[in-house]
Design a protein around this ligand. Structure first.
Ligand code: AMP
Ligand code: GLY
Length: 422
Protein backbone atom coordinates (compact mmCIF):
# COMPACT_ATOMS: atom_id res chain seq x y z
CA UNK A 1 0.00 0.00 0.00
CA UNK A 2 1.20 3.51 -0.84
CA UNK A 3 0.39 6.45 1.41
CA UNK A 4 0.93 10.14 0.77
CA UNK A 5 1.26 12.56 3.67
CA UNK A 6 0.91 16.27 2.93
CA UNK A 7 2.96 18.55 5.21
CA UNK A 8 6.52 18.95 6.36
CA UNK A 9 6.80 19.54 10.10
CA UNK A 10 7.23 17.64 13.35
CA UNK A 11 3.55 16.71 13.37
CA UNK A 12 3.88 15.04 9.97
CA UNK A 13 7.01 13.22 11.12
CA UNK A 14 5.07 11.86 14.11
CA UNK A 15 2.22 10.76 11.83
CA UNK A 16 4.63 9.07 9.42
CA UNK A 17 6.49 7.24 12.19
CA UNK A 18 3.22 5.97 13.61
CA UNK A 19 1.94 4.87 10.20
CA UNK A 20 5.24 2.98 9.69
CA UNK A 21 4.19 0.56 12.46
CA UNK A 22 1.64 -0.86 9.99
CA UNK A 23 3.51 -3.51 8.03
CA UNK A 24 0.97 -3.40 5.19
CA UNK A 25 2.35 -0.01 4.13
CA UNK A 26 5.04 -0.33 1.46
CA UNK A 27 5.84 3.30 0.80
CA UNK A 28 5.10 6.69 2.33
CA UNK A 29 5.52 9.87 0.29
CA UNK A 30 6.04 13.06 2.30
CA UNK A 31 4.96 16.17 0.40
CA UNK A 32 7.21 18.04 0.90
CA UNK A 33 8.40 16.51 4.20
CA UNK A 34 11.83 17.67 5.37
CA UNK A 35 15.37 16.32 5.36
CA UNK A 36 14.97 14.91 8.86
CA UNK A 37 12.35 12.42 7.62
CA UNK A 38 14.38 11.03 4.74
CA UNK A 39 14.85 7.64 6.38
CA UNK A 40 11.12 7.30 7.16
CA UNK A 41 9.55 8.52 3.91
CA UNK A 42 10.23 9.36 0.28
CA UNK A 43 10.52 13.13 0.05
CA UNK A 44 8.57 14.74 -2.78
CA UNK A 45 9.56 18.35 -3.54
CA UNK A 46 6.07 19.76 -4.01
CA UNK A 47 4.75 22.48 -1.69
CA UNK A 48 1.86 21.60 0.64
CA UNK A 49 -0.29 24.29 -1.02
CA UNK A 50 0.42 23.17 -4.61
CA UNK A 51 -2.78 21.19 -4.82
CA UNK A 52 -2.84 20.51 -8.56
CA UNK A 53 0.70 19.15 -8.46
CA UNK A 54 -0.08 17.01 -5.41
CA UNK A 55 -3.08 15.47 -7.18
CA UNK A 56 -1.04 14.86 -10.33
CA UNK A 57 1.73 13.19 -8.33
CA UNK A 58 -0.69 11.04 -6.31
CA UNK A 59 -2.51 9.83 -9.40
CA UNK A 60 0.70 9.13 -11.34
CA UNK A 61 2.18 7.16 -8.44
CA UNK A 62 -0.91 5.06 -7.67
CA UNK A 63 -1.28 6.42 -4.13
CA UNK A 64 -3.90 4.38 -2.22
CA UNK A 65 -4.59 6.76 0.65
CA UNK A 66 -3.65 10.33 1.54
CA UNK A 67 -3.33 12.13 4.86
CA UNK A 68 -3.61 15.91 4.58
CA UNK A 69 -2.19 17.31 7.81
CA UNK A 70 -1.74 21.14 7.64
CA UNK A 71 -4.50 23.76 7.75
CA UNK A 72 -3.68 25.56 4.49
CA UNK A 73 -4.15 22.66 2.04
CA UNK A 74 -7.25 21.52 3.95
CA UNK A 75 -8.84 24.97 3.73
CA UNK A 76 -7.80 25.18 0.06
CA UNK A 77 -9.63 21.92 -0.77
CA UNK A 78 -6.78 19.40 -1.08
CA UNK A 79 -9.03 16.57 0.16
CA UNK A 80 -11.78 17.49 -2.31
CA UNK A 81 -9.26 17.51 -5.16
CA UNK A 82 -7.74 14.14 -4.24
CA UNK A 83 -11.16 12.55 -3.78
CA UNK A 84 -12.15 13.83 -7.20
CA UNK A 85 -9.52 11.55 -8.76
CA UNK A 86 -10.60 8.63 -6.58
CA UNK A 87 -8.00 8.83 -3.79
CA UNK A 88 -9.52 8.42 -0.31
CA UNK A 89 -8.18 10.87 2.28
CA UNK A 90 -7.90 11.52 5.98
CA UNK A 91 -8.95 15.10 6.62
CA UNK A 92 -12.00 17.30 6.17
CA UNK A 93 -13.17 18.71 2.87
CA UNK A 94 -12.88 22.48 2.39
CA UNK A 95 -16.49 23.10 3.40
CA UNK A 96 -15.74 21.57 6.83
CA UNK A 97 -12.16 22.87 7.18
CA UNK A 98 -13.77 26.32 7.40
CA UNK A 99 -14.25 25.55 11.11
CA UNK A 100 -10.59 26.61 11.42
CA UNK A 101 -10.37 28.74 8.27
CA UNK A 102 -12.85 31.33 9.53
CA UNK A 103 -13.17 32.38 13.15
CA UNK A 104 -16.36 34.23 12.25
CA UNK A 105 -17.81 30.96 10.94
CA UNK A 106 -16.80 29.00 14.04
CA UNK A 107 -18.06 31.63 16.49
CA UNK A 108 -21.39 31.87 14.69
CA UNK A 109 -21.65 28.07 14.64
CA UNK A 110 -21.11 27.89 18.40
CA UNK A 111 -23.65 30.63 19.04
CA UNK A 112 -26.29 29.00 16.81
CA UNK A 113 -25.89 25.56 18.42
CA UNK A 114 -25.33 26.66 22.02
CA UNK A 115 -21.75 25.41 22.29
CA UNK A 116 -19.94 27.16 25.17
CA UNK A 117 -17.38 29.77 24.05
CA UNK A 118 -16.31 33.34 24.88
CA UNK A 119 -18.85 36.10 24.15
CA UNK A 120 -17.94 38.03 20.98
CA UNK A 121 -18.75 40.61 18.32
CA UNK A 122 -17.79 40.48 14.63
CA UNK A 123 -16.62 43.60 12.77
CA UNK A 124 -16.22 44.21 9.06
CA UNK A 125 -15.57 47.94 9.36
CA UNK A 126 -12.65 49.49 11.22
CA UNK A 127 -14.83 52.42 12.34
CA UNK A 128 -17.26 50.13 14.17
CA UNK A 129 -14.43 48.06 15.61
CA UNK A 130 -12.73 51.18 17.05
CA UNK A 131 -16.01 52.36 18.54
CA UNK A 132 -16.55 49.00 20.26
CA UNK A 133 -12.97 48.48 21.42
CA UNK A 134 -12.84 52.01 22.87
CA UNK A 135 -15.19 50.94 25.66
CA UNK A 136 -14.73 47.16 25.78
CA UNK A 137 -13.71 45.68 29.15
CA UNK A 138 -9.97 44.95 29.42
CA UNK A 139 -8.18 42.71 28.76
CA UNK A 140 -9.89 42.18 25.44
CA UNK A 141 -9.12 39.59 22.78
CA UNK A 142 -8.85 40.53 19.10
CA UNK A 143 -8.71 37.86 16.42
CA UNK A 144 -8.23 38.02 12.66
CA UNK A 145 -10.97 36.02 10.90
CA UNK A 146 -8.77 33.89 8.66
CA UNK A 147 -5.64 31.76 8.95
CA UNK A 148 -2.67 33.76 10.24
CA UNK A 149 -0.01 31.16 11.10
CA UNK A 150 -1.26 31.11 14.69
CA UNK A 151 -0.34 34.78 15.07
CA UNK A 152 -3.74 36.36 14.45
CA UNK A 153 -4.71 36.63 18.12
CA UNK A 154 -3.91 39.70 20.25
CA UNK A 155 -4.68 39.75 23.97
CA UNK A 156 -4.82 43.48 24.71
CA UNK A 157 -4.23 44.42 28.34
CA UNK A 158 -4.61 48.13 27.64
CA UNK A 159 -6.66 50.36 25.34
CA UNK A 160 -3.76 51.41 23.14
CA UNK A 161 -2.78 47.81 22.31
CA UNK A 162 -6.41 47.01 21.52
CA UNK A 163 -6.80 49.96 19.15
CA UNK A 164 -3.42 49.15 17.56
CA UNK A 165 -4.52 45.56 16.95
CA UNK A 166 -7.63 46.75 15.11
CA UNK A 167 -5.51 49.12 13.06
CA UNK A 168 -2.86 46.54 12.11
CA UNK A 169 -5.44 43.93 11.13
CA UNK A 170 -8.11 46.05 9.45
CA UNK A 171 -6.24 49.07 8.12
CA UNK A 172 -2.60 48.04 7.67
CA UNK A 173 -3.49 44.58 6.33
CA UNK A 174 -0.99 42.79 8.59
CA UNK A 175 -2.62 39.43 7.87
CA UNK A 176 -3.81 40.25 4.36
CA UNK A 177 -7.39 39.22 3.66
CA UNK A 178 -7.42 37.16 6.88
CA UNK A 179 -7.77 40.40 8.86
CA UNK A 180 -10.42 42.17 6.83
CA UNK A 181 -12.97 40.82 9.30
CA UNK A 182 -12.16 40.53 12.99
CA UNK A 183 -13.68 38.97 16.09
CA UNK A 184 -13.49 40.87 19.39
CA UNK A 185 -13.88 38.43 22.21
CA UNK A 186 -14.41 38.26 25.96
CA UNK A 187 -11.21 37.40 27.87
CA UNK A 188 -11.48 34.03 29.60
CA UNK A 189 -9.29 32.53 32.30
CA UNK A 190 -8.43 28.99 33.36
CA UNK A 191 -6.13 26.13 32.41
CA UNK A 192 -5.93 25.35 28.71
CA UNK A 193 -6.35 21.85 27.34
CA UNK A 194 -5.91 20.54 23.80
CA UNK A 195 -8.11 17.61 22.82
CA UNK A 196 -7.66 16.07 19.39
CA UNK A 197 -10.53 13.83 18.35
CA UNK A 198 -11.03 11.33 15.56
CA UNK A 199 -14.41 11.70 13.91
CA UNK A 200 -16.16 10.15 10.95
CA UNK A 201 -18.76 12.90 10.85
CA UNK A 202 -21.07 11.24 13.40
CA UNK A 203 -19.04 9.36 15.99
CA UNK A 204 -16.35 11.17 18.01
CA UNK A 205 -13.45 9.34 19.65
CA UNK A 206 -11.24 11.79 21.57
CA UNK A 207 -7.54 11.08 21.90
CA UNK A 208 -5.59 11.48 25.10
CA UNK A 209 -5.63 15.14 26.21
CA UNK A 210 -2.53 17.32 26.08
CA UNK A 211 -1.05 20.68 27.11
CA UNK A 212 0.85 22.98 24.76
CA UNK A 213 3.45 25.56 25.89
CA UNK A 214 3.11 28.42 23.42
CA UNK A 215 5.37 31.08 24.87
CA UNK A 216 9.03 31.19 23.92
CA UNK A 217 10.50 31.48 27.41
CA UNK A 218 10.25 29.66 30.73
CA UNK A 219 7.34 30.51 33.07
CA UNK A 220 5.20 31.29 30.00
CA UNK A 221 7.10 34.47 29.29
CA UNK A 222 8.25 35.84 25.95
CA UNK A 223 6.57 35.86 22.57
CA UNK A 224 3.95 33.44 21.30
CA UNK A 225 5.40 30.64 19.18
CA UNK A 226 4.11 27.67 17.22
CA UNK A 227 4.59 25.65 20.43
CA UNK A 228 7.73 24.95 22.49
CA UNK A 229 6.68 21.65 24.00
CA UNK A 230 3.79 19.46 25.07
CA UNK A 231 2.79 16.89 27.64
CA UNK A 232 0.03 14.29 27.69
CA UNK A 233 -2.26 13.55 29.37
CA UNK A 234 -3.23 16.99 30.70
CA UNK A 235 -3.80 16.61 34.48
CA UNK A 236 -6.45 19.37 34.56
CA UNK A 237 -8.63 17.31 32.21
CA UNK A 238 -10.36 14.94 34.63
CA UNK A 239 -12.76 12.15 33.64
CA UNK A 240 -15.68 14.31 34.80
CA UNK A 241 -14.57 17.21 32.61
CA UNK A 242 -14.01 14.83 29.68
CA UNK A 243 -17.57 13.57 30.06
CA UNK A 244 -18.91 17.15 30.18
CA UNK A 245 -16.91 18.14 27.09
CA UNK A 246 -18.23 15.16 25.15
CA UNK A 247 -21.81 16.15 26.03
CA UNK A 248 -21.62 19.93 25.69
CA UNK A 249 -18.87 20.45 23.09
CA UNK A 250 -17.58 17.47 21.07
CA UNK A 251 -20.84 15.78 19.99
CA UNK A 252 -22.74 19.07 19.54
CA UNK A 253 -19.94 20.37 17.28
CA UNK A 254 -19.91 17.32 15.04
CA UNK A 255 -23.74 17.32 14.92
CA UNK A 256 -23.79 21.05 14.14
CA UNK A 257 -21.40 20.58 11.23
CA UNK A 258 -23.56 17.78 9.87
CA UNK A 259 -26.69 19.88 10.25
CA UNK A 260 -25.00 22.65 8.27
CA UNK A 261 -24.23 20.22 5.43
CA UNK A 262 -20.53 20.37 6.31
CA UNK A 263 -19.85 16.89 7.66
CA UNK A 264 -16.41 16.85 9.30
CA UNK A 265 -14.28 13.74 8.85
CA UNK A 266 -10.72 13.63 10.14
CA UNK A 267 -9.10 15.03 13.25
CA UNK A 268 -10.97 17.82 14.96
CA UNK A 269 -8.86 19.78 17.43
CA UNK A 270 -10.61 21.38 20.39
CA UNK A 271 -8.63 24.16 22.07
CA UNK A 272 -10.42 24.39 25.42
CA UNK A 273 -10.24 26.64 28.44
CA UNK A 274 -11.47 25.21 31.74
CA UNK A 275 -13.10 28.38 33.06
CA UNK A 276 -14.79 28.80 36.45
CA UNK A 277 -18.06 28.53 34.47
CA UNK A 278 -17.09 25.24 32.84
CA UNK A 279 -15.14 24.20 29.75
CA UNK A 280 -15.34 26.61 26.80
CA UNK A 281 -13.99 26.47 23.26
CA UNK A 282 -11.11 28.87 22.59
CA UNK A 283 -10.51 27.61 19.07
CA UNK A 284 -11.18 24.78 16.67
CA UNK A 285 -8.52 23.44 14.34
CA UNK A 286 -9.41 21.20 11.43
CA UNK A 287 -6.33 19.01 11.90
CA UNK A 288 -3.85 17.42 14.28
CA UNK A 289 -2.09 19.96 16.52
CA UNK A 290 1.61 20.63 16.36
CA UNK A 291 3.37 19.79 18.74
CA UNK A 292 0.42 17.99 20.40
CA UNK A 293 0.58 15.13 17.89
CA UNK A 294 4.15 14.44 18.96
CA UNK A 295 2.92 13.40 22.44
CA UNK A 296 -0.50 11.99 21.52
CA UNK A 297 0.41 9.52 18.77
CA UNK A 298 3.23 7.82 20.69
CA UNK A 299 0.56 6.86 23.27
CA UNK A 300 -1.81 5.42 20.64
CA UNK A 301 -1.88 1.63 20.86
CA UNK A 302 -4.34 1.06 18.00
CA UNK A 303 -3.17 1.01 14.39
CA UNK A 304 -3.26 4.60 13.10
CA UNK A 305 -4.05 3.74 9.48
CA UNK A 306 -6.99 1.56 10.52
CA UNK A 307 -8.43 4.37 12.65
CA UNK A 308 -7.89 6.95 9.90
CA UNK A 309 -9.62 4.76 7.33
CA UNK A 310 -12.55 4.24 9.71
CA UNK A 311 -12.94 8.05 9.85
CA UNK A 312 -12.91 8.21 6.06
CA UNK A 313 -15.36 5.32 5.67
CA UNK A 314 -17.84 6.36 8.36
CA UNK A 315 -17.15 3.22 10.43
CA UNK A 316 -15.50 4.75 13.48
CA UNK A 317 -18.20 3.29 15.79
CA UNK A 318 -16.82 -0.19 15.10
CA UNK A 319 -13.16 0.75 15.38
CA UNK A 320 -11.25 0.52 18.63
CA UNK A 321 -9.18 3.61 19.49
CA UNK A 322 -7.01 2.66 22.44
CA UNK A 323 -4.40 4.72 24.24
CA UNK A 324 -1.81 3.53 26.74
CA UNK A 325 -2.18 4.49 30.39
CA UNK A 326 1.22 6.18 30.34
CA UNK A 327 2.37 9.74 29.74
CA UNK A 328 4.46 11.55 27.15
CA UNK A 329 6.52 14.73 26.89
CA UNK A 330 7.93 16.56 23.88
CA UNK A 331 10.60 19.24 24.28
CA UNK A 332 11.08 21.43 21.21
CA UNK A 333 14.65 22.36 20.35
CA UNK A 334 14.56 25.63 18.42
CA UNK A 335 17.10 27.97 16.86
CA UNK A 336 18.14 30.66 19.36
CA UNK A 337 16.21 33.82 18.45
CA UNK A 338 13.00 32.08 17.34
CA UNK A 339 10.23 33.30 16.87
CA UNK A 340 12.10 36.41 15.76
CA UNK A 341 15.27 36.27 13.66
CA UNK A 342 17.63 33.31 13.95
CA UNK A 343 20.47 31.68 12.01
CA UNK A 344 20.18 28.33 10.24
CA UNK A 345 22.48 25.89 8.48
CA UNK A 346 24.11 24.24 11.52
CA UNK A 347 24.71 20.50 11.51
CA UNK A 348 22.33 18.42 13.66
CA UNK A 349 23.86 15.44 15.41
CA UNK A 350 22.03 12.74 17.32
CA UNK A 351 22.69 9.22 18.56
CA UNK A 352 21.00 6.21 16.96
CA UNK A 353 19.35 5.43 20.30
CA UNK A 354 17.54 8.78 20.44
CA UNK A 355 16.57 8.88 16.74
CA UNK A 356 13.21 7.04 17.12
CA UNK A 357 12.16 9.68 19.69
CA UNK A 358 12.98 12.72 17.55
CA UNK A 359 10.42 14.37 15.29
CA UNK A 360 12.11 16.76 12.91
CA UNK A 361 10.39 20.01 11.88
CA UNK A 362 12.96 22.38 10.35
CA UNK A 363 15.93 20.64 8.75
CA UNK A 364 17.40 19.92 5.34
CA UNK A 365 19.84 17.40 3.97
CA UNK A 366 23.19 18.52 2.59
CA UNK A 367 24.79 15.37 1.25
CA UNK A 368 24.51 13.07 4.25
CA UNK A 369 24.56 15.90 6.78
CA UNK A 370 21.37 17.16 8.35
CA UNK A 371 21.34 20.95 8.77
CA UNK A 372 19.02 23.20 10.75
CA UNK A 373 16.57 25.02 8.47
CA UNK A 374 13.91 26.62 10.59
CA UNK A 375 12.89 28.21 13.87
CA UNK A 376 11.53 25.09 15.47
CA UNK A 377 14.13 22.50 14.48
CA UNK A 378 12.89 19.32 16.15
CA UNK A 379 10.97 17.85 19.05
CA UNK A 380 12.53 15.33 21.40
CA UNK A 381 10.02 13.04 23.07
CA UNK A 382 9.73 10.28 25.60
CA UNK A 383 6.94 8.11 26.95
CA UNK A 384 6.92 6.60 30.44
CA UNK A 385 4.46 5.19 32.96
CA UNK A 386 4.13 8.57 34.77
CA UNK A 387 4.26 12.21 33.70
CA UNK A 388 7.24 12.97 35.93
CA UNK A 389 9.23 10.13 34.38
CA UNK A 390 8.23 11.13 30.84
CA UNK A 391 9.41 14.72 31.40
CA UNK A 392 12.72 13.59 32.90
CA UNK A 393 13.27 11.10 30.05
CA UNK A 394 12.48 13.67 27.33
CA UNK A 395 14.99 16.14 28.82
CA UNK A 396 17.54 13.32 29.15
CA UNK A 397 16.97 12.53 25.44
CA UNK A 398 17.68 16.15 24.48
CA UNK A 399 21.25 15.59 25.71
CA UNK A 400 21.73 13.11 22.84
CA UNK A 401 20.82 15.71 20.20
CA UNK A 402 22.98 18.73 19.43
CA UNK A 403 23.34 21.65 17.05
CA UNK A 404 24.83 25.10 17.38
CA UNK A 405 22.52 27.85 18.66
CA UNK A 406 20.03 25.35 20.07
CA UNK A 407 17.46 26.73 22.49
CA UNK A 408 14.86 24.89 24.54
CA UNK A 409 12.55 25.76 27.38
CA UNK A 410 13.59 24.09 30.62
CA UNK A 411 10.14 23.94 32.21
CA UNK A 412 7.99 21.90 29.82
CA UNK A 413 5.47 20.00 31.94
CA UNK A 414 6.44 21.73 35.18
CA UNK A 415 3.06 23.35 35.71
CA UNK A 416 1.24 20.11 34.82
CA UNK A 417 3.32 18.21 37.31
CA UNK A 418 2.51 20.73 40.02
CA UNK A 419 -1.21 20.49 39.21
CA UNK A 420 -0.99 16.72 39.49
CA UNK A 421 0.60 16.93 42.91
CA UNK A 422 -2.18 19.35 43.88
P1 AMP B 1 -5.33 30.82 19.16
O1 AMP B 1 -4.40 31.36 18.10
O2 AMP B 1 -6.77 30.94 18.84
O3 AMP B 1 -4.88 29.47 19.62
O4 AMP B 1 -5.10 31.72 20.44
C1 AMP B 1 -3.83 31.81 20.99
C2 AMP B 1 -3.91 31.85 22.48
O5 AMP B 1 -4.57 33.03 22.89
C3 AMP B 1 -4.73 30.73 23.09
O6 AMP B 1 -4.02 29.55 23.26
C4 AMP B 1 -5.12 31.34 24.41
O7 AMP B 1 -4.05 31.21 25.33
C5 AMP B 1 -5.28 32.79 24.09
N1 AMP B 1 -6.69 33.14 23.90
C6 AMP B 1 -7.41 33.05 22.76
N2 AMP B 1 -8.69 33.44 22.99
C7 AMP B 1 -8.76 33.79 24.29
C8 AMP B 1 -9.81 34.29 25.14
N3 AMP B 1 -11.04 34.53 24.67
N4 AMP B 1 -9.51 34.52 26.43
C9 AMP B 1 -8.27 34.32 26.91
N5 AMP B 1 -7.26 33.86 26.18
C10 AMP B 1 -7.49 33.60 24.88
N1 GLY C 1 -0.44 23.67 18.93
C1 GLY C 1 -1.44 24.48 18.39
C2 GLY C 1 -1.82 24.20 17.01
O1 GLY C 1 -1.48 23.21 16.43
O2 GLY C 1 -2.54 25.03 16.46
Amino acid sequence: MKILVVGGGGREHAIIKKLRENKGIDEIFAVPGNGGMASDATLVPIGAKEIEKIVEFAAANAVDYAVVAPDDPLVLGCVDALEAVGIPCFGPRANAAIIEGSKVFSKNLMKKYGIPTAGYEVFESAEEAYAFVKDAPLPTVIKADGLALGKGVIIAEDRETALDAVKSMMEDGKFGKSGSRIVVEEFLTGPEVSVLAFTDGTVVKPMVSSMDHKRARDNDEGLNTGGMGTIAPNPYYTDAIAEECMRTIFLPTVEAMRAEGREFRGCLYFGLMLTPKGPKVIEYNCRFGDPETQVVLPLLESDLLTVMQACTNGTLADCEVKFSEGAACCVVMASEGYPESYKSGYEIKMTDEVRPHVFVAGAKLDGNKLLTAGGRVLGVTATAPTLGEAIAAAYKNTESVSFENAYKRLDIGKRALMAKKG
